[in-house]
Write a protein that binds this ligand. Structure first.
Ligand code: HEM
Length: 102
């Protein structure tokens, strides 16, 4: 259900499959109904780790991106692996240290 909701052109525009971080600018988030993005599920059985996960992701990304630039193979084409969560199959990132080193 969430997979369909997260790809609904009525909510996400003409190319819902396209990776576009600008979909999550504060203005873009405010401009759409609140219930069209449910990465943590919904209702009584929704994720109880949501706040922890969001804090952890913010911390880890902040620490990593402060020190490293991340490079993906530009030729990589998305293959979605469905396990407990959806993830990009075979995607690897190369890290280079940002300068000046911090
Ligand atoms: C980005 C990270 C995470 C995502 C995207 C995520 C997503 C989800 C989703 C979609 C569900 C299922 C909701 C349903 O069945 O409708 C769920 C359930 C659950 N999650 Fe998470 N989760 C994340 C991190 C975590 C963390 C860090 C914890 C614990 C510290 C956690 C604990 C749980 C538990 C216990 C349930 C079952 C709740 C229940 O059935 O009552 N999750 N999560």
């Amino acid at each position: 259900l969430a997979t369909m909701l997260h790809r609904d052109p009525a909510a996400w525009g003409e190319r819902p499959e396209e990776f576009d971080p600008d979909r999550f600018t504060p203005a873009a988030v405010r401009a759409r109904p609140p219930h069209v993005f449910k990465p943590f599920g919904t209702g009584a059985r929704a994720c109880i780790g949501r706040q922890f996960a969001l804090h952890e992701a913010t911390l880890v990304l902040g620490l990593l991106l402060r020190r490293y630039d991340l490079h993906a193979d530009p030729g990589y084409r998305l293959r979605v692996a469905e396990r407990l969560t959806l993830m990009p199959d075979g995607l690897t990132l190369r890290l280079t240290r940002r300068s000046p080193a911090v």
